[in-house]
Design a protein around this ligand. Structure first.
Ligand code: C2E
Ligand code: MN
Length: 406
């Protein structure tokens, strides 16, 4: 199938602009051989390229382009399918925007087109060209430095307690993972992640249960989470726990039970955040919002977890506004390379800013993901890059440090 990829990248300052012509000539031959055609725009700082051809070939060439050291911040803006080529004449043609009059530049590019219809009708690819040429999107180019100037070195050791002693032979265990503000070196909250008694995943824990027993165990397990937090001496720390929304609906007196567990372990409701992991549709929405009101009235904060994945969508946000939103790992993965992910994350940030909802990003594994998110305006993070969950303990945090200062 005829595939189109459009990307934008940043030209490396240390590559002479003169080298561009020979680079383009070589690439043009290579592309032609692979039946890939397209056009490359350059504005002195950024490249903008459209590649068209058979899917496998376009993807293979794009992969090589991503690995090219002469540019960085390569962001895929569009990947789509088309009936015919828009720029089918040459393997790769360079078009230097600086050499053309601003008013005519878009038309001059379009004159190079080979497709009868796509260049005249409302075509997404064409709209991307317009935006790049008119440079109207610049404030949304969050760019990260060419070299990753940060080191992530865990500070100290994990602090653990004996699970048996702490939880009095509970049916489950918990692992803690910090949510941090890396630049102010602050632990925003510690999330208690459910484990089986032997340290296995939440999935394994719930797999052994069915029907309402799932919700009963979910609620009961929170007592163990708070007991562990207390044994770890977390009395001054914000603690996040996960609950299925239906746990609050299906279990009678769920909120008073939760409050009792908090108090029994010497904690206060104001230090607790309940994260709703919406893995199923909330069928009794009124009962759910009523329970959330009781949580809020008692001083507990509320977060929507896995935002942007599965059911935790915009309608839920329209119906009720939590104190915090945690953006799903599925949206965070390789955000620095993907135009669609960047657009969605930026929209979430903007929406949450209007609603005064705190935003955090979950599952950050790469320095580049963190740097992009930080420059886009997210300041709270959770992920293996900083700390992995620690069974019955608090893991050390790898705060980012500037390499030049080490
Ligand atoms: P979650 O609340 O989004 O928790 C974060 C999950 O992502 C954890 O998986 C954690 O280990 C994992 N994670 C953290 N950083 C990274 C990273 O950088 N990369 C990757 N690949 N993963 C990372 P875990 O502990 O297996 O928990 C999975 C889910 O189970 C949780 O997702 C939460 O939705 C649910 N869960 C955890 N505890 C409870 C609980 O007490 N009750 C209920 N109902 N659900 C729970
Ligand atoms: Mn969570």
């Amino acid at each position: 199938m005829l595939t189109t990829i459009i990307y934008r990248s940043h030209f490396c300052d240390d590559v002479p602009v003169k080298a561009l012509e020979s680079m383009v000539a070589a690439a043009s031959i290579k592309n032609r051989d692979a039946d890939v055609t397209g056009i490359l725009l350059f504005n002195g700082t950024h490249f903008f390229q459209l590649l068209e051809g058979p899917e496998e070939k376009v993807k293979a060439i794009y992969q090589t382009i991503c690995e090219d050291r002469r540019h960085y911040n390569v962001v895929e803006l569009l990947c789509d399918y088309a009936p015919s080529r828009r720029f089918g004449k040459v393997g790769m043609e360079l078009f230097d925007l600086r050499e053309h009059d601003r008013d005519e530049v878009l038309q001059t590019i379009l004159d190079k087109g080979t497709s009868k219809y796509q260049l005249t009708f409302n075509d997404r690819a064409l709209q991307f060209f317009r935006t790049f040429v008119e440079a109207t999107e610049k404030e949304n180019y969050f760019e990260i430095p060419v070299d990753n100037g940060w080191a992530f070195i865990p500070q100290g050791n994990a602090r653990r307690v004996d699970p048996q002693a702490a939880m009095q032979l509970a049916e489950c265990g918990f692992a803690f993972q910090p949510i941090i503000d890396p630049l102010s070196q602050e632990i925003v909250s510690l999330e208690a992640l459910l484990r089986t008694a032997s340290g296995d995943s939440p999935k394994a824990f719930f797999a052994a249960l069915s029907g309402d027993a799932v919700y009963e165990a979910d609620l009961r397990s929170k007592h163990a989470a708070f007991a562990l937090a207390s044994a770890l001496d977390l009395h001054e720390q914000t603690i996040s726990v996960n609950l299925l929304p239906m746990t609050l609906v299906k279990i009678p007196n769920a909120v008073p039970t939760l409050l009792q567990a908090i108090e029994l372990n010497g904690l206060v409701p104001e230090q607790i955040i309940v994260e709703f992991t919406e893995s199923e549709v909330i069928s009794q929405f009124d009962a759910f919002t009523q329970a959330v009101r009781s949580l809020k009235a008692a001083g507990i904060s509320v977060a929507i977890d896995h935002f942007g994945a599965g059911f935790a969508g915009l309608l839920l946000l329209a119906q009720f506004q939590p104190d915090r939103i945690k953006i799903s790992r599925d949206l965070i993965r390789d955000v620095h390379k993907s135009g669609p992910r960047q657009a969605i994350v930026q929209a979430i940030i903007k929406c949450c800013a209007s609603l005064e909802i705190a935003v955090s990003a979950v599952g950050v594994e790469k320095a580049e993901e963190w740097m992009w998110l930080e420059s886009a305006g997210i300041f709270q993070f959770q992920g293996h890059l900083f700390a992995e969950p620690c069974f019955c303990g608090i893991p050390p945090v790898a705060w980012p440090e500037k390499k030049s200062l080490l």
